[in-house]
Design a protein. Sequence first.
Length: 212
Amino acid sequence: MSEVKISAEPRTEFGKGGARRTRRAGLVPAVLYGHGEAPVHIALPAREFAAAIRHGGLNQVFTIDVVGGTGATLALPKAIQRDPIKDTYEHVDLIIVKRGEKVQVDVPVTLVGDAARNTLVVTESNTLAVVAEAMHLPSGFEVSIEGLEAGSQITAGDVTLPKGTELAVDPDFVLAIVSAAQTAEQLEGDTGAGAGEAAETEAAEGTEESAS
Protein backbone atom coordinates (compact mmCIF):
# COMPACT_ATOMS: atom_id res chain seq x y z
CA MET A 1 0.00 0.00 0.00
CA SER A 2 1.50 3.34 -1.03
CA GLU A 3 1.23 6.44 1.08
CA VAL A 4 -1.23 9.23 0.35
CA LYS A 5 0.09 12.78 0.41
CA ILE A 6 -2.11 15.22 2.28
CA SER A 7 -1.68 18.81 3.47
CA ALA A 8 -2.63 19.81 7.00
CA GLU A 9 -3.12 23.09 8.81
CA PRO A 10 -1.87 23.84 12.34
CA ARG A 11 -4.78 23.85 14.79
CA THR A 12 -4.89 26.50 17.50
CA GLU A 13 -8.49 26.17 18.68
CA PHE A 14 -9.31 23.38 21.09
CA GLY A 15 -12.33 22.07 22.98
CA LYS A 16 -15.77 21.21 21.59
CA GLY A 17 -16.36 24.70 20.21
CA GLY A 18 -13.06 24.78 18.37
CA ALA A 19 -13.61 21.27 16.99
CA ARG A 20 -17.06 22.23 15.68
CA ARG A 21 -15.66 25.30 13.93
CA THR A 22 -12.89 23.18 12.41
CA ARG A 23 -15.41 20.66 11.06
CA ARG A 24 -17.67 23.43 9.70
CA ALA A 25 -14.66 24.66 7.72
CA GLY A 26 -14.45 21.27 5.98
CA LEU A 27 -11.57 20.00 8.11
CA VAL A 28 -11.07 17.11 10.53
CA PRO A 29 -9.42 17.82 13.92
CA ALA A 30 -6.41 15.56 14.40
CA VAL A 31 -3.33 15.06 16.55
CA LEU A 32 0.04 13.78 15.30
CA TYR A 33 2.39 12.07 17.77
CA GLY A 34 4.92 9.29 18.31
CA HIS A 35 8.67 8.55 18.14
CA GLY A 36 9.30 10.86 21.09
CA GLU A 37 7.92 13.89 19.26
CA ALA A 38 5.66 16.36 21.04
CA PRO A 39 2.01 16.02 19.94
CA VAL A 40 1.10 18.35 17.07
CA HIS A 41 -2.52 19.45 16.73
CA ILE A 42 -3.53 19.71 13.08
CA ALA A 43 -6.60 19.84 10.82
CA LEU A 44 -6.93 17.58 7.79
CA PRO A 45 -9.03 18.28 4.68
CA ALA A 46 -12.15 16.19 5.30
CA ARG A 47 -12.88 15.16 1.70
CA GLU A 48 -9.32 14.11 0.91
CA PHE A 49 -8.99 12.18 4.16
CA ALA A 50 -12.34 10.40 3.66
CA ALA A 51 -11.44 9.49 0.06
CA ALA A 52 -8.09 8.03 1.15
CA ILE A 53 -9.69 5.90 3.89
CA ARG A 54 -12.42 4.76 1.52
CA HIS A 55 -9.82 3.66 -1.02
CA GLY A 56 -7.01 2.37 1.19
CA GLY A 57 -8.83 1.32 4.37
CA LEU A 58 -8.23 2.21 8.00
CA ASN A 59 -4.54 1.28 7.75
CA GLN A 60 -3.79 3.82 5.04
CA VAL A 61 -0.38 5.49 5.53
CA PHE A 62 -0.26 9.25 4.99
CA THR A 63 2.55 11.62 4.12
CA ILE A 64 1.45 14.70 6.04
CA ASP A 65 2.81 18.11 5.13
CA VAL A 66 1.88 20.65 7.79
CA VAL A 67 1.65 24.22 6.53
CA GLY A 68 4.57 26.14 8.04
CA GLY A 69 6.17 22.91 9.28
CA THR A 70 9.69 21.63 8.80
CA GLY A 71 8.84 18.83 6.35
CA ALA A 72 6.58 15.91 5.55
CA THR A 73 5.84 13.22 8.14
CA LEU A 74 4.73 9.63 7.60
CA ALA A 75 1.79 8.70 9.82
CA LEU A 76 -0.77 5.95 10.32
CA PRO A 77 -4.30 6.39 11.76
CA LYS A 78 -4.28 4.98 15.31
CA ALA A 79 -7.81 5.92 16.34
CA ILE A 80 -10.65 7.40 14.30
CA GLN A 81 -13.82 8.88 15.78
CA ARG A 82 -16.70 8.86 13.33
CA ASP A 83 -20.26 10.16 13.48
CA PRO A 84 -22.36 7.19 12.26
CA ILE A 85 -25.42 9.36 11.61
CA LYS A 86 -23.74 12.17 9.66
CA ASP A 87 -21.14 9.75 8.25
CA THR A 88 -18.39 12.25 9.00
CA TYR A 89 -15.04 12.02 10.77
CA GLU A 90 -14.99 13.74 14.17
CA HIS A 91 -11.34 13.32 15.19
CA VAL A 92 -8.24 11.37 14.16
CA ASP A 93 -5.22 10.24 16.16
CA LEU A 94 -2.20 9.76 13.88
CA ILE A 95 0.95 7.94 14.97
CA ILE A 96 4.28 8.75 13.32
CA VAL A 97 5.95 5.85 11.52
CA LYS A 98 9.27 5.41 9.75
CA ARG A 99 10.11 3.61 6.52
CA GLY A 100 11.28 0.08 7.30
CA GLU A 101 9.64 0.14 10.73
CA LYS A 102 7.30 -2.72 11.67
CA VAL A 103 3.97 -1.86 13.26
CA GLN A 104 1.01 -3.83 14.60
CA VAL A 105 -2.37 -3.23 12.97
CA ASP A 106 -5.81 -4.84 12.87
CA VAL A 107 -6.64 -5.96 9.32
CA PRO A 108 -10.24 -6.72 8.17
CA VAL A 109 -11.02 -10.36 7.42
CA THR A 110 -13.71 -11.31 4.86
CA LEU A 111 -15.20 -14.80 4.68
CA VAL A 112 -15.90 -15.88 1.10
CA GLY A 113 -17.86 -18.82 -0.28
CA ASP A 114 -20.64 -20.89 1.30
CA ALA A 115 -20.34 -23.46 4.06
CA ALA A 116 -22.08 -26.83 3.73
CA ARG A 117 -25.88 -26.99 3.72
CA ASN A 118 -27.71 -26.81 7.04
CA THR A 119 -24.89 -24.94 8.75
CA LEU A 120 -24.59 -21.56 10.41
CA VAL A 121 -21.39 -19.47 10.29
CA VAL A 122 -20.73 -17.47 13.46
CA THR A 123 -18.08 -14.73 13.19
CA GLU A 124 -15.97 -14.41 16.33
CA SER A 125 -13.71 -11.63 15.01
CA ASN A 126 -13.83 -9.68 11.74
CA THR A 127 -10.26 -8.38 12.11
CA LEU A 128 -6.86 -10.02 12.55
CA ALA A 129 -3.92 -8.43 14.36
CA VAL A 130 -0.68 -8.66 12.38
CA VAL A 131 2.78 -7.10 12.34
CA ALA A 132 4.09 -5.73 9.06
CA GLU A 133 6.37 -3.08 7.62
CA ALA A 134 4.68 0.30 7.81
CA MET A 135 4.85 0.92 4.07
CA HIS A 136 3.57 -2.54 3.13
CA LEU A 137 0.51 -3.04 5.30
CA PRO A 138 -2.12 -5.46 3.98
CA SER A 139 -5.51 -3.83 3.37
CA GLY A 140 -7.54 -6.98 4.02
CA PHE A 141 -7.62 -10.77 4.06
CA GLU A 142 -10.02 -13.22 2.43
CA VAL A 143 -10.62 -16.71 3.83
CA SER A 144 -12.69 -19.37 2.06
CA ILE A 145 -15.38 -21.23 3.99
CA GLU A 146 -16.58 -23.04 0.88
CA GLY A 147 -18.05 -26.44 1.76
CA LEU A 148 -17.00 -26.42 5.42
CA GLU A 149 -19.01 -28.79 7.57
CA ALA A 150 -20.51 -28.17 11.02
CA GLY A 151 -17.80 -28.27 13.69
CA SER A 152 -15.20 -26.55 11.49
CA GLN A 153 -13.31 -23.47 12.67
CA ILE A 154 -11.47 -20.70 10.88
CA THR A 155 -8.39 -19.68 12.85
CA ALA A 156 -5.65 -17.10 12.43
CA GLY A 157 -3.39 -19.86 11.17
CA ASP A 158 -5.74 -20.47 8.24
CA VAL A 159 -5.13 -16.97 6.85
CA THR A 160 -2.59 -16.71 4.04
CA LEU A 161 -0.25 -13.85 4.92
CA PRO A 162 1.77 -11.85 2.39
CA LYS A 163 5.55 -11.96 2.59
CA GLY A 164 6.87 -9.86 5.47
CA THR A 165 3.64 -10.05 7.47
CA GLU A 166 3.45 -11.99 10.75
CA LEU A 167 0.61 -12.89 13.10
CA ALA A 168 0.36 -10.81 16.27
CA VAL A 169 -1.96 -13.41 17.84
CA ASP A 170 -1.79 -17.16 18.46
CA PRO A 171 -2.40 -19.25 15.31
CA ASP A 172 -5.29 -20.92 17.17
CA PHE A 173 -7.10 -17.59 17.58
CA VAL A 174 -10.64 -18.29 16.31
CA LEU A 175 -12.09 -16.01 13.64
CA ALA A 176 -15.25 -17.98 12.80
CA ILE A 177 -17.09 -21.18 13.75
CA VAL A 178 -19.29 -23.33 11.53
CA SER A 179 -22.13 -24.91 13.52
CA ALA A 180 -25.17 -26.98 12.64
CA ALA A 181 -28.25 -24.93 11.88
CA GLN A 182 -31.44 -25.83 13.72
CA THR A 183 -33.92 -27.84 11.70
CA ALA A 184 -37.57 -26.84 11.28
CA GLU A 185 -38.55 -29.62 13.69
CA GLN A 186 -36.12 -28.34 16.34
CA LEU A 187 -37.42 -24.79 15.96
CA GLU A 188 -41.01 -26.02 16.28
CA GLY A 189 -40.03 -28.09 19.31
CA ASP A 190 -38.45 -25.06 21.00
CA THR A 191 -41.54 -22.97 20.28
CA GLY A 192 -43.83 -25.70 21.55
CA ALA A 193 -41.81 -26.15 24.72
CA GLY A 194 -41.88 -22.43 25.35
CA ALA A 195 -45.62 -22.29 24.86
CA GLY A 196 -46.10 -25.30 27.14
CA GLU A 197 -44.02 -23.71 29.90
CA ALA A 198 -45.98 -20.47 29.57
CA ALA A 199 -49.29 -22.38 29.79
CA GLU A 200 -48.13 -24.26 32.89
CA THR A 201 -47.05 -21.00 34.53
CA GLU A 202 -50.39 -19.37 33.80
CA ALA A 203 -52.27 -22.40 35.11
CA ALA A 204 -50.22 -22.40 38.31
CA GLU A 205 -50.83 -18.69 38.84
CA GLY A 206 -54.58 -19.22 38.27
CA THR A 207 -54.65 -22.01 40.86
CA GLU A 208 -52.87 -19.83 43.42
CA GLU A 209 -55.36 -17.00 42.83
CA SER A 210 -58.33 -19.37 43.23
CA ALA A 211 -56.91 -20.76 46.45
CA SER A 212 -56.47 -17.28 47.88
